[in-house]
Structure formats: C-alpha cells, structure tokens
Ligand binder design. Structure first.
Ligand SMILES: [Zn+2]
Length: 270
C-alpha cells in the first residue's frame, strides 16, 4: 500500500507573482531556459574574437582518471567532464573502440607559453597554437582524444577522421554530452581547422541539439542569444521566466509517493 502525502503549497500563493508567466510570450526554443541560463558554465564560448581572461580558471578541476597517453602530473578536466569521459570510454570499449585522452585542461599561462614558444620558433602566428585566451582547452571542457595508432604520431591531421575511433566519437559523443568542437564545414566560423580529435563537453541536451541541427558552438551561441533577444523584445523577461519556473505553481498540489513525485493541478483549465 502506497503512502500518499498531500502538500498544499499555499505559501506559494503569496510568494509567486502567478500572473507574470501568462503575460509573457510562450517559450518555444527547443531547449529549456535553464539550459541557456547555464549556471554550470558548460556553454562557455572561446575563440579568436571571444577571449577568456587570464584569470578564467574552472573551480572544479579534478585529475583525469580515464585512459591517457603520457599523462603529465596535474592533467585535469572539470569534474563532470572527467566522469563523462570515463562513461564514454567504457561505452566505446564495449564496441572494441579504445580511446586515449591526450591534451586536456590548459591554463591561460600554459597556453601563453606555448604560443610564445611557437612564435619564437616560426617567427609568426601560423595558427598551430591557439592565441592565449582563445583555446577551448582553457575551459576545462575541451580535450583531445586519440586512438592508439595516432598516439605514436608526432602531430594530428584531419586524416584521423578516417579511423574507426574518430567515426565512433563523431557518431556517439553527443550521447555523453560532447560535440566535435571544430567540424570540417565550420572552419570559417570557428577559425580552426577540422579537428576530429577535439571534443568539447556542452552537456547532454545542448550536445544532442547541436548534433541534430549540425551547429558549431559559434552558431549555437549566436542562435540562442538571438532567440532570447527576440523573445524579450516581444515582451518576455528571461530572468523572470527563470524565477517563475523555479517557484512552485500555486494552483497545484504535490502528491508525493514512494515512487517519486508528481504535480497535479487542482483547477482544470487554469
Ligand atoms: Zn584540442
């Protein structure tokens, strides 16, 4: 026999400005506003025109635990990303696809040193090393993943895309919250050559959406910002929407069962 608890959320009647949701235009973007609010910072964009500051450093970096090549002490990724990499590697291995982490988080100062070393070596910015502040690796969400064969090579080329491992990642990485950050047909937008080995964590919903629509991060970022701008121009208020969605609906009661919760409206048609 299931126990039923009925909780009347009367307090919400006084706390919630119940009418504000109805006054706003309908939210029709395919992703929930909370995904775009992006409190965890999974959608952070960096490129040559959107630079991260020298002080941008994720506060939840952890030492990497997935299979890696020549991991240097101090190799880190953001916590949720490290976990997602492990889950993805395990899923890949079930299909005899063995993946190896290579480059992971890189601080601004490491990137700056690499950039200056490259400048000193070739005499000009040849695009091989990302400009300080523009590297996706500084987010703690970007990483390079190879197969065993390519760990033996001195550098990476788009030919990596012909490997079974790269093809597996392209097909499945979104199931784990990742996208191929630098796609072949998006080079004009990303400013970076095709890098089938560079994966970027954006979270499950965003990754699946970006894959479905074949959007690079630059396009996705511009698209959802434009949507919010248009939606607010039509009378919406994004911050208010988030507050309304976080507050309990005053016209409902919560039935809590042993299996979980479900919210049922008291007033039909309200
Ligand atoms: Zn990379």
């Amino acid at each position: 026999m299931k126990k039923l608890f009925v909780l009347l959320t009367l307090a919400a009647l006084f706390l919630n400005a119940g009418a504000s949701l109805a006054e706003m235009p309908e939210w029709t973007y395919p992703l929930a506003p909370e995904i775009l609010e992006d409190i965890p910072g999974y959608l952070v964009l960096t490129n040559r025109s959107v630079l991260l500051g020298a002080d941008f450093e994720p506060n939840d970096l952890v030492p990497i635990t997935a299979r890696h090549i020549n991991a240097i002490h101090g190799d880190m990724l953001r916590k949720v990303v490290n976990e997602a990499v492990n889950v993805m590697f395990a899923a890949a291995e079930e299909e005899d696809v063995k993946l190896y982490l290579k480059s992971v988080y890189r601080s601004y100062s490491t990137q700056k040193t690499m950039y200056n070393n490259r400048l000193a070596k070739v005499g000009h910015d040849d695009g091989v090393v990302a400009y300080p502040g523009s590297s996706d690796h500084q987010t703690g969400l970007g990483m390079d993943i190879l197969n065993y064969e390519w760990t033996k090579k001195s550098g990476m080329t788009p030919a990596f895309s012909e490997t079974r491992e790269a093809q597996w990642m392209a097909e499945h990485c979104a199931e784990f919250g990742f996208v191929i950050r630098y796609e072949e047909d998006k080079q004009d937008l990303t400013g970076i050559i095709y890098e089938p080995w560079h994966l970027r964590y954006v979270g499950l919903e965003a990754a699946q959406y970006m894959k479905e629509r074949h959007l690079c991060l630059e396009e996705f970022d511009a698209e959802w910002r434009q949507y919010i701008q248009d939606w607010e121009a039509a009378g919406g208020n994004f911050k208010q929407l988030l507050r309304d969605r976080a507050a309990p609906d005053p016209a409902s009661v919560m039935f809590v069962t042993e299996d979980g919760e479900e919210e049922i409206s008291l007033f039909s048609g309200s």
